[in-house]
Design a binder for this molecule. Structure first.
Ligand code: SF4
Ligand code: SF4
Length: 441
């Protein structure tokens, strides 16, 4: 694609990066076919190619964002299916991240939208605040129907709907410390405790720690870790995202300096995609660029790490049919497609892949709160495809997808590591009966 930026514009490194990306796009439109919002809404402006044109026009003309571009960029899930499809290697992720930051800096949203976003950014990345908010949400549940009738309050209704009926207790395993391996030491890793997942399902990280230590891997929970920054990053709040990234880079650098790390384990693929991008996000900060690149290189999804080490024979023989839902951040963001399925199959599960596996379930960070209608359409389409597999259980590697799919599916939805842990001798995943785990078709 031809671009027309002035030398003065290109002196801005963010614009220069976006220009490089724009020039790679050859307008072929292959990406439209796999874009969930284009498939759902049928509007070219809600396709990757349409959004690329809008972003190009806004950046080239150096103008503030307007209602039209905000509407279509807000509808983008950042699922990155377009990047998997694109034959020209267009880095849509970095382009849309830049556009979102530009929108945040130049566009004044309506008051309620601003308040909703400010509240999400204030609450979600902080486990204590999030836990308190979920307790409060119980009081708001009776008003869901009312909120859903008022367009500006729909995000509030969506938030209350997603809030779980009960909140698990915080896990002591998430506190800073070292979990020693139970066999001869075969590795040392740090684990991201993160934010929303540690409140919604602390059992995911507990299970990962338990499985890793049983396999002889020492797991460090470094002091000072926090939210990876993805939630605010996707809302265009660049400074807040970079502050989170720096905080984590510092925490993991201290852990590397203290005893070395073979990997930084992440059990939420949405966080993994962002942490693997820290090297790019902090490339312009001389104090952090190298450290961030080192952290990104060490970041591994739990399934990526497990598939690279020798696993013993499973203790149990499951036999259950599992529908594997590949989170967008897993398959498109991190290109991890093979490992979770292979691990499940090796553990004795029969793995089925739902049709249209490339399409997002509609969770996408805060998308199911901010765009509840499109999100619900994508969720229902996803659940229909999952249920058509005839599976007894759904496995996936991202807390957002677990919450989203579980809100409509008739079978249990669990993190992949919980099924693996059970097969390798751990406890039965909560909410999944023994019959479901062992029943063959
Ligand atoms: S990130 Fe997803 S929703 Fe956004 S343009 Fe690409 S395919 Fe479409
Ligand atoms: S597939 Fe790639 S090159 Fe083709 S229109 Fe989409 S982003 Fe541009």
């Amino acid at each position: 694609m031809q671009t027309n930026f002035s030398p003065a514009q290109l002196a801005n490194p963010h614009v220069a990066e976006s220009e490089k990306i724009l020039r790679k796009c050859v307008h072929c439109g292959f990406c439209t076919a796999t874009c969930p919002t284009y498939v759902t809404l049928g509007n070219e402006l809600d396709s990757p190619r349409g959004r690329i044109y809008l972003i190009k026009d806004m950046l080239e003309n150096g103008r503030p964002a307007d209602k039209e571009i905000v509407t279509h960029i807000d509808r983008c899930l950042s699922c990155l299916a377009c990047m998997t499809t694109c034959p020209s290697g267009v880095n849509y992720m970095h382009l849309v991240d830049h556009a979102r930051a530009h929108i945040q800096q130049t566009y004044k949203r309506p008051l309620l939208d601003r308040l909703t976003r400010a509240m999400l950014a204030f609450v979600l990345p902080y486990p204590r605040r999030f836990r308190a908010a979920l307790k409060l949400a119980k009081l708001g549940k009776p008003f869901i129907g009312l909120f859903e009738k008022i367009p500006a309050l729909k995000p509030l209704g969506a938030m209350l709907k997603l809030a779980p009926a009960s909140i698990p207790a915080a896990s002591p395993m998430a506190l800073p410390g070292i979990h020693a391996g139970q066999l001869a030491k075969r590795g040392r890793v740090a684990i991201l405790t993160g934010c929303a997942q540690s409140v919604l399902d602390p059992g995911i990280n507990d299970t990962a720690i338990s499985l890793l230590t049983r396999l002889g891997v020492e797991v460090v929970v470094p002091p000072g870790e926090g939210c990876c920054g993805a939630l605010v990053h996707h809302m265009g709040r660049e400074e807040a995202a970079l502050a989170s990234a720096r905080q984590n880079v510092d925490a993991w650098t201290r852990a590397i300096d203290k005893g070395g790390l073979d990997a930084i384990i992440i059990t939420a693929s949405g966080c993994g995609t962002t942490i693997k991008d820290y090297g790019f996000m902090l490339r312009l900060d001389p104090a952090y660029a190298d450290k961030a690149a080192r952290v990104s290189a060490l970041a591994k999804d739990i399934t990526e790490y497990l598939s690279a080490i020798d696993l013993p024979e499973p203790v149990r023989k499951p036999g259950a049919v599992v529908a594997y839902h590949s989170a967008c951040s897993m398959q498109h963001g991190q290109k991890i497609t093979r490992q979770p399925k292979e691990l499940l199959a090796r553990a004795g599960f029969i793995v089925r892949e739902p049709r249209e596996g490339h399409l997002c379930c509609g969770s996408a960070g805060t998308y199911n709160i901010l765009q509840p209608e499109i999100s619900a359409r994508l969720r229902d389409r996803k659940v229909k495809n999952i249920e058509a597999t005839g599976a007894a259980i759904v496995a996936t590697g991202n807390i957002g997808c677990i919450t989203q799919i579980a809100s409509a599916a008739r079978m249990p939805v669990v993190h992949t590591v919980k099924l693996l842990d059970w097969a390798y001798g751990g406890p039965r995943p909560e909410g999944v009966s023994e019959e479901r785990l062992v029943a063959a078709e």
